[in-house]
Design a protein around this ligand. Sequence first.
Ligand code: HEC
Length: 202
Amino acid sequence: MNKLSLIKLVVVAFIFSLGLTAYSFLPKSEVQSANNSAVSQKEDEDLLNIKNYKKWTKVNDKPHLMDSSVSALCAAPTQAQVDRESKNPHNQKYINVYVNSIGKTEMMTKKSPKFPQGTVIVKEKLSTPDSTSPELLTVMIKREKGFNPENGDWEYMTVNGQLTEVTAKGKLENCQACHALEKSGDYVSRNYLPYNIRQKLK
Ligand code: HEC
């Protein structure tokens, strides 16, 4: 092999390896990002659905002061978190509750509501009554009949205050245990319903 063809060979090999490197990089990152967005899109379906919750019907009028024992519990998906939060002496919180159009009539006018499938109720937890950015959201979503028959077919969800992350979701035991006490109200408490509206429930 003469010197020239050796150089040619090295150059070709170099270009080939460059191409190989580029090839191994590009499609992989493309596949990866496609996968990621597919996954997050799937996870985000309910998150997307609540993005505009502040435009829904606001159920309470003034930010409702939450009992501090409930504050720790009606937020944390795990017992460890509950324990941590309930030890915090500053955990007096305020809430606002919003309901989407599907659940509005039951929420605002019925004495014994039976929320239709597709109802979404968002409760935002605020550290001060005038805060505009919630610490977190707790959410109840009414699923199809048979989804969760012992608990009114509700799914529970917690979301971070920036609305970017679902922190827990499902038939969450901790949430259900407490909301089961409100069975007569279809597992919804409504203790924040304004007095004048409560008076008119039929
Ligand atoms: C200690 C009992 C308790 C636990 C546990 C609890 N909640 Fe609640 N939840 C309440 C009470 C009481 C209210 C009424 C509003 C208030 O006082 O904060 C409420 C209100 C709500 C509301 C507004 C609709 C309604 O029922 O009036 C949503 C949504 C909600 N909770 C979601 C959740 C989620 C999600 C979890 C689990 C992460 C959870 N809750 C765990 C007691 C609880």
